[in-house]
Design a protein around this ligand. Sequence first.
Ligand SMILES: [Zn+2]
Length: 253
Amino acid sequence: MNLAIGSMFFIFGLVIGSFLNVCIYRIPINKSVVYPPSSCPSCGNRIKWYDNIPVISYILLGGKCRYCKTKISFIYPSIELLTAILTVAIYIKFGLTYQTIAFLVFTYALIVGSFIDLKYYIIPDRISLGLIVVGLSLSYFLPVGIKGSFIGAISGFVILYATAVLGQLLFKKEAMGGGDIKLLSGIGAFIGLKGVLFTLFFSSFLGSIIGILLIIFGKKDLTSKLPFGPYLSLAAICYLFFGNWLIKVLYGV
Ligand SMILES: [Zn+2]
């Protein structure tokens, strides 16, 4: 890794992370993500550029609005940092290539989709269908290629759709939302059939572990609704970085 270029990717990631925060906040309420500029949700004062510097402003302001002193959620700087770290990680893994651009778009969409799903239990079509369209369009540059991308998108849809139908028959309740089905299809468009299978198994594995922990620590009970999008996203991002290694360790193939 070139340190200077790596630092540039980090700063770029922080700035994008700040924009992703705006997307997470505005997409579910159908507001434009570019206009108007951000303002404090409590007092409505416009946030000045010097109070909108990723992570740094949050620290300088002590996590409070400059005007009304309302607490600003630590989720905002966390998403900025997370985005920056993943941006650098993708640069390290894929270098200065078209793949890096494609997987950055992929990761950014998954971050936005996951945090919206955590908050509202929905994955907007703009994210899931957007991923399908962008994944297929960029497939020429992806490791899976054009054919692999189509197969991935179709298999992601079919496998989760079948699971949903089966779940409905067996348990007489909705096991899988339509948003999850479209999201896995979008994931498949980027990482292909092998990626879809990995994402499906690994997200269920992560979901069970985290679900059990949440029940043990009394945050949720067995009847709680848990969004599945964040697990699918986390598993898909794990596949990008350690997929082949994890498949060997977990499944021995
Ligand atoms: Zn305020």
